[in-house]
Design a protein around this ligand. Sequence first.
Ligand code: NDP
Length: 293
Amino acid sequence: MTAKIIDGTAIAGEVRANVAKDVAARVDKGLPVPGLATVLVGENPASQVYVRMKQKACEKAGIKSFGYNLPADISQAELETLVSELNANPEINGILVQLPLPKGLDEERVLNSISLEKDVDGFHPVNIGRLAQKGRKSLFVPCTPDGVIYLLDQTGVQLQGASAVVLGRSNIVGMPVALLLVERDATVTICHSRTKNLAEVCRSADVLVAAVGRPEMVRRDWVKPGAVVIDVGVNRVEDASLEKGYKLVGDVAFDEVKDVASAITPVPGGVGPMTIAMLLRNTVKAADIADRN
Ligand code: NDP
């Protein structure tokens, strides 16, 4: 079997084009242009790149972006004061605090200080808590996990009753992906660094989501023939043949697994592009919520 390659770049492109249309439709109706505030603390190079990408994507979609670059030694109180100001600013519909924060800052308190209606990253403890409760709806779902489910839906994967295995239990990917799969009536197993017989557990999955941050850990014999494999991992591995000296690979050995899976996301070009697309969508949703308040 050769797997269908799930084209995250194309699917994210469609989402972004729809967001741009929604923004234009708002402007036509005389509604305010949606605004996203990005808060970057310190000088983590990867975070700087992510924030720039998010700001550029906003511009392309017609969303206003407001950048706040703060020194790594900012105090907890100063950071929370900025978030309060952004909460009160009607031009700003979404607030994104780029994680991880530098050591010494209390991430949970900062996330908790973001207004629920502006929590476009979906990491506010109340939004996450609602995700974990049956019958409750969070206002916003974290963007990467939301993108994973969107890709599965676009691929026509039946989640109800499916056996799903999520590799990884982080707050930003593994756990919310697992909660979303449960919400969609899949039967979910969550694996982590203490899981025994990992390969065997993975082999039981109809849908396997890998989010561990270990290059090409999932091998061909970890995957049930016909399973759908979503690879969230983004890992740099050395490659002297390339000018930049490295290449990006996922948590799944793509070349092996594509011969057993029925569908698989590549890295890059799979889940990665979905994160920003879902962030833009959430920002327009936040603007729609603001119109009603
Ligand atoms: P974390 O390091 O926060 O979490 C990794 C998880 O994997 C943990 O739950 C850990 O277990 C588990 N784990 C680690 N090693 C093993 C192992 N050998 N066997 C079994 N489980 C293991 O990572 P993130 O969730 O933040 O990210 C995961 C991957 O996804 C990374 O490659 C990251 O770059 C990528 N990513 C991609 C995004 C995108 O495409 N937009 C966005 C965010 C992340 P334990 O809990 O026991 O420590």
